[in-house]
Design a protein around this ligand. Structure first.
Ligand SMILES: Nc1nc2c(c(=O)[nH]1)N[C@H]1C(S)=C(S)[C@@H](COP(=O)(O)O)O[C@H]1N2
Ligand SMILES: [Mo]
Length: 413
């Protein structure tokens, strides 16, 4: 249904335009819930969510590949906070992004589709932005759900794709700057406003969004209604998932993938001993830790028990966005490193007993080495097999991905 202009335009209203060469079967849109003002505001919200998600994501990625130097060990809740925010803004950006796309998708059907080189480039950039952003948030969601149907390494692709998303966001903002400035200056149209113009997305002669706004003739739901419903939905989604890391909100976390206190010893498990294929190996009675360095030696379970006296209250903060604080007991990694002839300046490589799968090994150096604990106990009990029995790493401000469970070997360099 085309929006037919009223017989008499209000005094001073701009001249109307109609689809000239547009084929009659070409789709056109009349919903007046959309406008430059609404789109600009949604775009600003998406931009803020993506920006925060990008920066916190970079902080997390730095833990995996610290190209600027060692990762600090303080504050111990640093990774918990940044990864919690990363996953929460990622969640919130899914409905925000869908809403933003809803507000502009009629633009896809502008006639003519490719009026000039600049518009064509702009549309290619939009395509890259939409495709990469959707792929990024949806694969991120699947990762949080621990469902990885894709054949690629999630973290590497997620990292590089983030640069594509942010790059195309910046390009898009540059293309749309006049429209954004116009949209943010203009108030969203209220009921009772007089229609003076065909909606921008249905105006074949307007290839810039920066023009007068349409008013709703008889909207079924007001723009304010759309935005309020969206904000409420996003708020509920956030409250229902943030409980996986903001522990007081855990009871409200009915959509949270993991409950912070549910799991053996009051801590969730991401990858079980069975999934890692270490059942029968990690709990073998003759297990011992192999330490390799200037002096090589082995530590048996009895050796560890005798010296496992250091206590630490540290968060377990997983890349999937859940976290919880737990009581750990064990021995200082640095003490073991010194016994092997190393020092605070050593680089230490920890390997688990698992022979396949990701996160089997990790590296510790710098402030993290001084602060790291080789844990034997969790919340007052011997580590359960799923939490890394007989020995695992735990350290402050460290991603759980790098807190290797079921340790078999420590190499000091
Ligand atoms: N050897 C080994 N250690 C590992 C992993 C693994 O797959 N193998 N997974 C890591 C990840 S991704 C997480 S979230 C934590 C989970 O620790 P938890 O199960 O004790 O909570 O273990 C980490 N340590
Ligand atoms: Mo994880």
């Amino acid at each position: 249904m085309a929006l037919e202009p009223p017989a008499t335009a209000p005094a001073g209203a701009p001249a109307r335009t109609r689809a000239g060469s547009r084929p009659p079967w070409w789709p056109h849109f009349t919903s007046t819930l959309r406008s430059t003002a609404v789109t600009a505001r949604l775009g600003r919200a998406v931009g803020i969510a993506f920006g925060i998600c990008f920066v916190t994501g970079l902080l997390s990625y730095y833990q995996l590949d610290p190209w600027l130097g060692p990762v600090p060990a303080v504050p111990d809740w640093g990774y918990r906070l940044s990864q919690g925010i990363h996953v929460a803004t990622g969640f919130a950006s899914i409905p925000l992004l869908l809403l933003k796309l809803w507000s502009v998708y009629p633009n896809t059907f502008r006639w003519p589709p490719f009026p000039n080189v600049v518009r064509t480039l702009e549309r290619v950039a939009v395509f890259v932005l939409v495709a990469s952003a959707l792929l990024q948030v949806l694969t991120g969601l699947l990762h949080v759900l621990n469902w990885r149907p894709f054949p690629w390494d999630f973290l590497t692709v997620h990292y590089y794709l983030a640069w594509v998303v942010i790059g195309s966001v910046l390009l898009h903002v540059a293309f749309k700057l006049p429209d954004i400035a116009y949209g943010l200056k203009t108030r969203p149209v209220a009921e009772g406003d007089v229609l003076t113009e065909i909606p921008w997305y249905d105006n074949p002669e307007s290839h810039s969004n920066a023009g007068p706004l349409p008013a709703p003739p008889t909207p079924g739901i007001s723009r304010r209604g759309v935005l309020t419903a969206a904000a409420t939905g996003i708020g509920i989604l956030t409250v229902a998932t943030i409980g996986q890391t903001v522990t007081p909100l855990a009871p409200a976390g009915f959509l949270a993938v993991r409950q912070p206190a549910r799991g053996p010893q009051g801590v969730p498990v991401n990858r079980t001993a069975e999934e890692a294929g270490v059942v029968g190996v990690a709990d073998a009675p003759d297990w011992s830790l192999e330490v390799v360095g200037a002096q090589a030696f082995r530590l048996t379970l009895a050796d560890l028990e005798a010296v496992s006296t250091q206590q630490a209250r540290l968060p377990v903060a997983a890349g999937e966005g859940w976290s919880a604080v737990a009581e750990w007991r064990g021995l200082s990694l640095l003490d073991v490193v010194r016994l092997a002839g190393g020092s605070e300046g050593s680089r230490v490589r920890l390997s688990s007993l698992a022979t396949t799968g990701p996160f089997r090994t990790s590296q510790v150096f710098g402030p993290q080495l001084a602060a790291a604990l080789l844990a034997t106990h969790l919340n007052g009990e011997r580590l359960s097999l799923d939490h890394g029995y007989p020995l695992r790493l735990i350290a402050p401000n460290r991603s759980e991905i790098l807190c290797t469970k079921w340790l078999g070997r420590i190499e000091v360099r």
